[in-house]
Structure formats: structure tokens, C-alpha cells
Design a protein around this ligand. Sequence first.
Ligand SMILES: Nc1ncnc2c1ncn2[C@@H]1O[C@H](COP(=O)(O)OP(=O)(O)O)[C@@H](O)[C@H]1O
Ligand SMILES: N[C@@H](CCOP(=O)(O)O)C(=O)O
Length: 311
Amino acid sequence: MKSVKAFAPATVANVSCGFDILGFAIDAMGDEVEVRLKDEPGLVVVSIEGDEGRLPYEVEKNTCAVAIQAMLDEMDSQVGMEIYLKKGLPLGSGMGSSAASAVAALVAANRLLGEPFEKKNLLPFAMAAEKVACGAGHADNVAPSLLGGFVLIRDYHPLDVIKLHVPHGLHCTLLHPHFELKTSDSRSVLRDNVSLKHSTIQSGNVAGLVTGLFQEDFELIGRSLRDVIAEPYRATLIPGFYETKEAVKGAGALGMGISGSGPTMFTLSKGEEKSQAIINAAQQVYDSIGLGVDSYHSAINTRGAYILEEK
Ligand SMILES: Nc1ncnc2c1ncn2[C@@H]1O[C@H](COP(=O)(O)OP(=O)(O)O)[C@@H](O)[C@H]1O
Ligand SMILES: N[C@@H](CCOP(=O)(O)O)C(=O)O
């Protein structure tokens, strides 16, 4: 085998109450990466499509190459590879764009090498790429993109990643206002310390959300989508955030939060029927403030990243 192409899905990180510890994957969008063996050692990013010329080709900066290099270093391998990236995700959107590239690249490269690593053991390499992209090696995008479904990162030291149950019929709608927010900027507005009161509220909601997923209790899922740690600071960076939250709840969403570090907002609903009403409600808010908004809706992706083609 000389070449493998893989797909990795977009993700919603945090899921409101689970800052850096919860995320899920969606079906609607993702990145594609083809990796080809080459005779000489070293990695080369050969082409990037769909980024309007904005992403770095340097192997120390592009998350595809950073992730593969971390894997090769672990193996003490000098294998040479060419990387071809097709972006399916907008940059700086809060849909795990840097993560999807890293994960697709790793899944393709791992297959090309005869799968020396189990899928879940690719995570630390993808986290190394996130560290380069946004300054923090958080796993709440890369883990669901790799493994699919809802994922809990119970601990980072050592890494303890747990797949959660995905209730039948749970549906996600994403609302992406037309501006970019870099994860590093959106992290810089957060506070280092959390009060005891807020820690109590947040823990209750994480426990409620996880229980709601396993019990397929949609009402419990909805009332657990509450974040008192990051959202109050980040919402100020997203025009129309609170108006949109009220409007989409009125349209039947179980709840709404910031997807990852924003500016995309996510809602969860029971079944896909509510999606159009949710999209219309958000559209009205953004029309009134004169800002464009793209909308997507999707089932939860339970499969994670996968191989598209091998030659
Ligand atoms: N393959 C890649 N795809 C997306 N972003 C990348 C990639 N490689 C490096 N980056 C860098 O990562 C940053 C984007 O990451 P981030 O702000 O976390 O956006 P997102 O929330 O969409 O993942 C940008 O600085 C970008 O240059
Ligand atoms: N937990 C991270 C998630 C960032 O997600 P992204 O999709 O915006 O990269 C955070 O909240 O900073």
C-alpha cells in the first residue's frame, strides 16, 4: 500500500458544562487527508484545498504534519510521507477544524504503516497537534473526532477517555455567525480560578448531562446544558448570543451553548423535526443585528474518523 485517504468529522467540544472534558462528533462535515509514502525521510505538506490559502504548509505548524510527526517520533521511525489536505471545515469556527485535520492525518498514516497503534492510542499525537494550533493540548475535539459519539475525558494525567451513550434520535443544530474566533483568543478571556459555588453548579450539570445521555432523558440533557465557567466570558465575544439562546429554546431546542470556543453555537433537540424552526429563529436574530449566519444540522456521528480509500 502506498497511499491512504481518511475522513475525520467536525466536533462540538465542551457541550456547555464540560469545559475541556466533553465533546461529541457530528455527521455533517469534516476534513479529508490523503497520506502517501515517499522514498526519502521527512514529512511534506504538498497541497491544501478549501482554506483560501490561509493554512501553514510548514510541518512544524500544520496540525496534520505535527500529529504524524509525533506518531513517528514515538516509533522512532524515519519514514517519509506526503500530506494532501482537503478542508471541509471553516477555520476558527469552534467546530474542531484543527482537530479534524490532525485526526484524519493520523488515521491515514497509521493505516499506511500497517496500524501499529490502536485507534484510541493515536490520541496523544492528535493532542500534540492541538497544542501547536491553540496553545493547549485539550482532547475534547480530537477524542470525539477520532472515536465518534459523545466522549468524556475523565482525566488527562494519565489520559482516561470514556465513550458515553448516544440517545436514539438526539439531533444537533449548529449556528455559525460569520466571523472567526481563534481558540487561543477565546481561551485567553477565561479566568484561572473558579469559585466553590460555580464548581458545585458545574459538577451537578456534568453529572446530569452524562446521566441524561445514558437514560435517554432529553429533558435532563436540556437542563444540564448550563455553563457558569466559560460561557459568561465567551458569550461577550459573540454578538446576539443570549437573544439566540432564548429564540432557539422557544423554537423547541432542548438547550443551547457555545460549540468549543465559538463563535458557532450548538443546540440539541429530540429528533430532527425541530431543526428548521431552530435555524429560522436564529436567522431572525442575526438578520436583526445584520450579521450573516450559516446553519447545519446533523445526527451525532457515532463512528468517528474512518478510511475513505487505500491504494
Ligand atoms: N490543518 C489545519 N487546520 C486548521 N487549522 C490549522 C491547521 N494547521 C494549523 N492550524 C492552525 O490552527 C489554528 C486554528 O485552530 P483553532 O483556532 O483551534 O480553530 P478551530 O476551532 O476551528 O479548530 C489556526 O491558527 C491555524 O493556522
Ligand atoms: N475545550 C476547548 C475546545 C475548543 O474547541 P474549538 O473547536 O474552538 O477548537 C475550549 O473551550 O477552548
